[in-house]
Design a protein around this ligand. Sequence first.
Ligand code: NAD
Length: 495
Amino acid sequence: MTQTFTTPAVKFLEKREKDHFIDGQWRASLSGETIQTFSPGDGQLLAALARGRKEDIEAAVAVARRTFEGSWCKLTPHDRYTLMLKVADVIEKNFEELSLLDTLDMGAPLTRTRAMKKGLLQTITYFAAQAMNWGGMSVPNSLPGSFTTFTLKAPIGVVGSITPWNAPLVSMWWTMGGILATGCTGVIKPSEEASLSTLRTAELLVEAGVPPGVINVVTGLGAEAGAALSSHMDVDRIMFTGSTATGREIIRSSATNMKRVNVELGGKSPDIVFADADLDKAVPGAAMGVFNNSGQICSAGTRVFVERGIQEEFVARFAEFTKEIRVAHPLDPQAQLGPVVSRRQMERVLDYVTIGKEEGAQLCAGGERIGGELAEGYFVAPTVFANANNDMRIAREEIFGPVATIIPFDSVDEGLKLANDTEYGLGGAVWTSNLSKAMKFVHTVKAGKLWVNCYGHQDQAMGFSGTKQSGYGMKGGAAHIEGFLYEKSVCINND
Ligand code: NAD
């Protein structure tokens, strides 16, 4: 029997046609066209989004420029800080609605999106504190005569932001936080697969007192609205989070006006399990390091390297753990994992399952679309391939779905060599009780965020960035704010 979940009434979805949010107002796309977005839990039509094109981006950027040049960027640091605390308050009060919108839109279980509340509020208040903590410095000089020299920092201007669908609630704040803390303005183009929580957040910001025109949202397709934003001559910086292929396009189009870019891209992160690891921790830790958010996390530890001596036991326990994971409708309060974001993504993941089988990897769990009461949604059973090797496509290409590839290795040096044998450099972890091995891993693996005996923990004060083809530019941490500023060096003749 099919179990149905009644979607709680969401006021924001009473009207299913969703316009752009520009200058604090809802505006239909200038062409009048829309695109459809579906709920991955049941495949039902969720909303019609305005289909933004070049002219909509032009309009939003013009508003963002005008707002930047007005009184907004002249707010004092303390005013900016208190405004951001109000914003945090409003987001907290409306968090239930925002988490529900993400759950309906991109399929992460409500158990997951609700759990993001604390981290999100910490992120907003972390950026609020940064609003009072940026500036230049006085610099001693060796010039002949008497001169005073110092540096000043100033907001860079209009920031364009292009976000993916895997965690909209979080992704948008890497841009919004920096904009509000510095006095920049922005145009955000959320993923066409999951735009709703970004639209609603932009509206809530105005309710919290952020002036209209500071944060504008234009929805639409990447090749249309996204490309128009990244090549726009009056955008000073682009923050992009998404695939490596799109990241290349973004960097190319940034050349139009030499805009600064921050590109946070894909990954194929290694997770190394040594024979001396505590398997009671390593098995669930490594499994959820792949499967969390149905594998749709950029730094997922999808290549699990296991020391050969424990391979058999590890694979058996990993597969057993995987089969126990509760995949369910995203509104089910017991769901650990939900569907993947779209039919297209589900088909892509299932294609990789076929590729893995053809390549000769041993399928130990999952490997199929889930039917029964979940047949209408885009559910893929968490999948484990063992006895794989690092040259297989399932070990080299980002699948972005719930697929783990387990690969045996024989020595510390071989494990570390294989970990680095990838075009990506986003994340990685090691499980061991030996400090020297852990430290060798930390020093040798070329990736932007590393974990020892844990996976995926993130703190806004630490920040992170990729390296190699996983991109560049800090998100979070003290350096984050620098991307929204430029520096002037000033020399005053004292005589
Ligand atoms: P994607 O690259 O297909 O799309 C991301 C965004 O770019 C969307 O808003 C899309 O509309 C837009 N876009 C697409 N083509 C464009 C173009 N030609 N010009 C401008 N914009 C364009 O990625 P996705 O499938 O939405 O997201 C999954 C990818 O994101 C994975 O590769 C994942 O690893 C990556 N990701 C990286 C991080 C990180 O911090 N490194 C975080 C989350 C996701």
